[in-house]
Design a protein around this ligand. Structure first.
Ligand code: ADP
Ligand code: MG
Length: 305
C-alpha cells in the first residue's frame, strides 16, 4: 500500500477573486508501514493534501497512485479520443471504493460526525457497510474499542453524546479503525484534548502502528508530539513541502522552522543554549528523555572531578 503523489496541485475557488492555491505542485512518496508526521502552520495545506489521498477531494492537477492504481485518473473527464466507455467508468469507480476502504481518514474533530444512538452502532456503521457478517463486525468493534482504550462491555450501549470530549474522539477513531485500513490518516487527532488525553491517544496510535505495521500519517502542528512518535516528518508551508526527513534532520533547521511559524521542541532550545555555552552534548537531541540521559552523564562526570 505505497502512496505516490506526483506534481499535485489543489486550487479552491479557481478563477474567482477568492482563488487559493492550497496545495502547490507537491511530489511525495510514502512506503508501506511508515509513520509520518505531517506538520505545518494553519492554512499550510495539510488537510487539503490528505483529503486527496482517499479521493475525497479531487486535485486541480497532478496524480495520486496508491498501490499502483492511479486514483486521480480523470474519472469524469472524457478521454482525448472521445468518450470513455461506461464499463471503464464503472471499473474506475469500483477501484476508488476499494481505495477508500483501505485508506482510513479520521477528520479533525471527528466526534462531530457521530450520529448513532449507541457507541456500538456508531463504530459498526462502516464495517456493516462492507457487508461483513454480524459476528465479524462485533469482533472488529471490540478490537477497535480496545485499541482506543474503551472497554466494550462498559461503553457499547452508551449514547456517544453522553460521553466526555475525549471519549467521543476515541469512539470516532474506533469507527475508522473498525474498517481495518491499511493506511490510517488522522487530521489533528489530539486537537482540543488535555495533555493526558493527548498522550494517551498518541500512545494508542503508536502501539497500533507497531502491532499492525500499517502506514500512519498524523497531521499535527505540535513539534513536541511529533518529535516523540514520528519516524519521518514532512513540513508544509504555503502548500509546498519545505522539509522532509527524520525528526532529528528536520529539527536542525530551527531558523527555517521559526520563519514559517513553527517552534521546534522546547528541549532543542535548551540543548542549543548548552552547546553554545561550550557543553559537550549531542546537538541533535530532540526529546526530554534523551536530554535527561545526556545531562545526567555530564553531571555525574562533573561531580567526579
Ligand atoms: P491546514 O490544514 O494546513 O490548516 P488547509 O488545507 O485547511 O490547511 O487550507 C489551505 C488553504 O486553503 C488555506 O488558505 C485555506 O483558507 C484554504 N481552504 C481550505 N479549505 C477551503 C475551502 N473549502 N474553500 C476555500 N478555501 C479553502
Ligand atoms: Mg487542517
Amino acid at each position: 500500500m505505497s502512496i505516490k503523489i506526483v506534481d499535485l496541485t489543489h486550487i479552491y475557488d479557481k478563477k474567482t477573486p477568492n482563488e487559493t492555491v492550497a496545495v502547490d505542485h507537491i511530489n511525495l512518496e510514502v512506503e508501506t508501514g511508515e509513520f509520518i508526521g505531517l506538520i505545518g502552520h494553519t492554512g499550510s495545506g495539510k488537510s487539503t493534501l490528505i483529503q486527496q489521498l482517499n479521493g475525497l477531494l479531487k486535485p486541480s492537477s497532478g496524480e495520486i497512485i496508491i498501490s499502483g492504481y492511479n486514483i486521480t485518473d480523470g474519472l469524469d473527464q472524457p478521454s482525448k479520443k472521445g468518450r470513455i466507455k461506461k464499463s471503464e467508468v464503472n471499473a474506475r469507480k469500483k477501484r476508488l471504493i476499494e481505495v477508500r476502504k483501505r485508506v482510513g481518514l479520521v477528520f479533525q474533530y471527528p466526534e462531530y460526525q457521530l450520529f448513532e444512538e449507541t457507541v456500538e452502532k456508531d463504530i459498526s456503521f462502516g464495517p456493516n457497510n462492507l457487508g461483513l457478517r454480524a459476528d465479524e463486525v462485533t469482533l472488529r468493534v471490540i478490537e477497535a474499542m480496545k485499541t482506543v482504550g474503551l472497554d466494550y462491555e462498559t461503553y457499547k450501549d452508551r449514547s456517544p453524546f453522553e460521553l466526555s470530549g475525549g471519549q467521543k474522539r476515541r469512539v470516532a477513531i474506533a469507527g475508522v479503525l473498525a474498517m481495518k485500513p491499511e493506511v490510517l490518516i488522522l487530521d489533528e487527532p489530539t486537537a482540543g484534548l488535555d495533555p493526558r488525553g493527548r498522550d494517551e491517544i498518541l500512545a494508542q496510535i503508536k502501539a497500533l502502528h507497531a502491532r499492525e505495521k500499517i502506514t500512519v500519517i498524523i497531521v499535527s502542528h505540535s513539534m513536541e508530539d511529533m518529535a516523540k512518535i514520528a519516524e519521518r516528518l514532512i513540513v508544509m508551508n504555503k502548500g509546498a513541502i519545505v522539509l522532509d526527513g527524520t525528526p532529528k534532520e528536520v529539527f536542525k533547521h530551527i531558523d527555517l522552522l521559526e520563519d514559517i511559524g513553527l517552534a521546534v521542541p522546547q528541549i532543542s532550545y535548551l540543548i542549543r543554549g548548552l552547546v553554545k555555552s561550550g557543553f559537550i552534548i549531542d546537538p541533535s537531541i530532540i526529546t526530554v528523555e534523551e536530554a535527561k540521559e545526556a545531562l545526567i552523564k555530564i553531571l555525574v562526570k562533573k561531580s567526579k572531578v
